[in-house]
Design a protein around this ligand. Sequence first.
Ligand SMILES: C[S@@+](CC[C@H](N)C(=O)[O-])C[C@H]1O[C@@H](n2cnc3c(N)ncnc32)[C@H](O)[C@@H]1O
Length: 218
Amino acid sequence: MKGSWFNFFKDKEKLEFTKEVFEDSMKALDEDLMIYLRHADKGAKVLECCCGPGYTAIPLSHHFNVTAFDRDSGVLDYARSNAVKFGKNITFKELDFFDIEGEFGTDSFDACSSGGVLEHFSRKDVRRLIDLQLKVAPVVFASMPLGEGGGEKRKNEWGIVKYEYDSRDWIEDVLNGYNIIEYRTLPYKPEKMRFREFMAVIGRKSREKGCLICNESR
Ligand SMILES: C[S@@+](CC[C@H](N)C(=O)[O-])C[C@H]1O[C@@H](n2cnc3c(N)ncnc32)[C@H](O)[C@@H]1O
């Protein structure tokens, strides 16, 4: 995933949290908290991948023991200062997603999580990144806005690449063959978000396959 994320967040005035932004991000996590808590105990060690300014990492730190990383040092500086004001149990690291196994080692976390990240990678790289996450933790939470479908590669004005995966692309193609324990889609929420969101919980193959909980709204 190349392109300037720092400039994207800066231009959208999304680098620095206000109290209202923090409260909104806590509310956004509430939508997903039951899903997290079905697969990770309160206080569990969670690796938040590509944390950006902390929109998911900081709310998660109020429920879990979070290690968050991003490879953009400028974005990470803001995540750190946002966490000083609004975070709880959280530490940060400058790191590339592809280096997590080397950095942390096998089974170093109870779960890995990412939000708004995997749709920026090709199918092949998404699968590499899921494999890496399943090495460092037994459970992966992956949430992403849904695209138009078909997986077409697009680039925005900040040079950030995104692939147009819809929920069918995720389930039947990109994540095909993985042990998807649970997934759900959220509809558009016009007041806060412009997109539909998809979230999948992926386990290791060796884990006993639970009954698939699917909460899909079309
Ligand atoms: C959409 S933002 C993530 C937002 C974040 N999940 C949040 O809740 O605030 C994507 C982030 O991924 C980071 N990123 C992109 N490629 C990366 C990589 N290979 N390794 C680490 N971070 C990466 C970018 O710097 C950017 O901050």
